[in-house]
Design a protein around this ligand. Structure first.
Ligand SMILES: *Cc1c(COP(=O)(O)O)cnc(C)c1O
Length: 393
């Protein structure tokens, strides 16, 4: 963007800026408090160890979990990989039954779907549950898919592209009725929706610090006590012998601080964002002919808007928005380097050409009504211009 243009950042689902309070909490551990938490009889080491212990207690209380159910990882991707491979391997190669069936959905993040594809090559059977046109899984489909070989159900809490929020509580209940372990990727929902692991009833839950204004490269895997899980990384005794490697002390301090702050503000902030979101959706649909909402109207993340426009490509809109200082996305950041349409939009039943016409606007705590009005005006002009130039009418 040009130097003096204000940046309107509407790509908070891709990542969020680090909060200054979080940086401040991390700073000592990036500088003078450099100790290795596993070292003995060394004051800097003890300080680092205490910081990790505190962070674990704080984080656990944010999620209504116990401290020994919290494992720090390098991000959402690692948490998803660990949860899924960890359960899969514990069941297939464990002393117990040979369970090799995993149930997931067609709208997962690649951290989940590519892990399942890998396991399928290793001899696991994967069932992909379809979703309806709003992105919701039908609980009856889950019930019908479970067999006596099923070891794991993994279903995304809030979708990163279309924002649809699943009824995880109900889905987890069904899995448990059949003694099947339940994992949810809650990377998009953590910090934006209240997360209570007991109330959700999940066995495993993944989150990522940089999606709620914490540092990149930080994550958490919640593992309910008693859940059988193979280690992901082997080596030292860190993380209760479950996840080897010297701890990322500043990152651990940062992710827990970021989550505490996000949750303090959540009740007010989610009301504010929901109002802005609904205003943005309503105004676009009203002012721009041939525009449609992707995802569920109400059962969606407070900060997610995903719309499509007949006969124009999301990429062209993005490019023109960027010249006006507006940063958005045409799908998920991870997939947008390829020209394939999003698997999530295809999964909700859109044909290829419509799946290409979509735009994701994800709001954040810096987003104002003014930003939204400017974005709407810009979108109206851009869509009109592109349609005027387009050969398809
Ligand atoms: C961002 C994201 C991930 C990956 O998290 P990283 O910390 O970037 O590895 C996984 N799942 C969902 C739903 C995401 O939005």
């Amino acid at each position: 963007m040009t130097n003096n243009q204000k940046l309107i950042y509407l790509d908070n689902a891709a990542t969020t800026p680090l909060r200054s309070e979080v940086l401040e909490a991390m700073m000592p551990f990036l500088t003078e408090e450099f100790g290795n938490p596993s070292a003995q009889f060394c004051p800097v080491a003890q300080f680092a160890r205490a910081a990790i212990d505190n962070a674990r207690v704080e984080l656990a209380s944010c999620l209504n979990a116990k401290p020994d159910e919290i494992f720090f990882t390098s991000g959402g991707t690692e948490s998803d990989n660990w949860a899924i491979k960890g359960v899969a391997f514990a069941n297939k190669f464990g002393a117990t039954a040979q369970k090799n069936h995993i149930i997931t959905t067609t709208i997962e993040h690649h951290a989940v779907s590519h892990t399942c594809e890998y396991l399928s090559k290793m001899g696991f059977d994967i069932t992909y549950l379809q979703v309806d046109s709003e992105g919701l899984v039908n609980p009856d489909d889950l019930e019908n898919a479970i067999t006596d070989k099923t070891c794991l159900v993994t279903i995304i809490h809030a979708n990163n592209e279309i924002g649809t929020v699943q009824d995880i509580k109900k889905l987890a209940e069904i899995a448990h009725k059949h003694d099947v372990i339940f994992h949810t990727d809650s990377v998009q929902s953590t910090g934006h929706l209240p997360i209570d692991v007991k109330d959700l009833g999940v066995d495993l839950l993944s989150m990522s610090g940089h999606k709620f204004r914490g540092p990149k490269g930080t994550g958490v895997l919640y593992v309910k006590k008693g859940t059988k899980l193979h280690n992901f990384a082997h080596g030292g005794a860190q993380e209760n012998n479950k996840r080897a490697g010297t701890e990322n002390v500043p990152g651990i301090v940062g992710i827990s601080k970021a989550l505490c702050l996000a949750l303090e503000e959540l009740p007010e902030e989610s009301k504010r964002l929901t109002k802005l979101r609904d205003y943005l959706i309503e105004t676009i649909l009203k002012r721009i002919p041939g525009s449609h909402l992707n995802g569920h109207l109400t059962q969606r993340l407070p900060n997610n808007v995903n719309v499509r426009f007949d006969n124009i490509e999301g990429e062209s809109i993005l490019l023109l928005l960027s010249t006006r200082g507006i940063c958005a996305s045409s799908g998920s950041a991870c997939a947008s380097a390829s020209l394939d349409p999003s698997h999530v939009l295809l999964a909700i039943g859109l044909p290829h050409e419509k799946a290409h016409g979509s735009l994701r606007l994800s709001l954040g705590d810096s987003t104002t009504k003014e930003d939204i009005d400017y974005t709407i005006d810009s979108l109206c002009e851009i869509v009109e211009k592109l349609r005027y130039m387009s050969p398809i009418k």
